[in-house]
Design a protein around this ligand. Structure first.
Ligand SMILES: Nc1ncnc2c1ncn2[C@@H]1O[C@H](COP(=O)(O)OP(=O)(O)OP(=O)(O)O)[C@@H](O)[C@H]1O
Ligand SMILES: [Mg+2]
Length: 177
């Protein structure tokens, strides 16, 4: 499907909803997929067992750990593009090099963007616990925002999930089911 408007023309057949932890990727992605009737998947659920074991042990993943995982997410993306089945997948995709593994004609990155104050404050409110400041800070430090040459839209994380999903659908010119 083709979106026209302030974005120019973006060919959006698979959306990769990206951003730092707690930005609302899962919430926005599930809402958009539901509206469009598109497949939905959580990139976090695609980690190889070795990564799951590491994360359970509290060991931070290295980029070397991430490549095989990103290949699995990329496989999901390519399968959907290849079969003409539109889909929405979450993946933090903080670095451009990670996005390079997922990038293909028909892929649009949807960056859910919020400040440390917004995301940290929301997490504290929701769970009664502050997200470790170090995690959020390190995620924001790692984040390389999509450049003008990358097929993407940026959605501000400071509204309701419904409003954010509306913006995605509208800016990409997608047809609600
Ligand atoms: N637009 C929003 N307004 C208010 N609360 C929100 C919004 N979006 C998400 N939330 C809440 O913020 C928390 C984090 O959202 P979510 O799990 O979707 O983020 P995430 O980016 O997928 O995080 P993770 O990287 O940890 O998977 C959840 O408690 C969710 O209900
Ligand atoms: Mg999530």
């Amino acid at each position: 499907m083709t979106g026209a408007g302030s974005e120019g023309v973006l060919d959006a057949r698979v959306l990769v909803v990206m951003g730092v932890s707690g930005s609302g990727k899962s919430t926005v992605a599930a809402t958009v997929a539901e509206r469009l009737g598109w497949d939905f998947a959580e990139g976090d659920a695609m980690h190889p067992q070795a990564n799951v074991d590491k994360m359970h042990a509290g060991t931070p993943l290295t980029d070397e750990d991430r490549w095989p995982w990103l290949e699995v997410v990329g496989g999901w993306v390519r399968e959907h593009l290849g079969s003409g089945t539109p889909g929405v997948v979450t993946c933090s995709a903080l670095k451009r090099s990670y996005r390079d593994v997922l990038r293909a004609p028909g892929v649009v990155f949807v960056h859910v963007a919020g400040s440390a104050d917004l995301i940290g404050g929301r997490m504290a409110q929701r769970t009664g616990h502050f997200m470790p400041t170090s995690l959020l800070a390190s995620q924001l430090a790692t984040l390389e925002v999509p450049g003008p040459d990358e097929a993407h839209i940026t959605v501000a994380a400071d509204r309701t999930p419904d409003e954010e999903a509306d913006e995605v659908v509208e800016r990409l010119g997608l047809a609600v089911r």
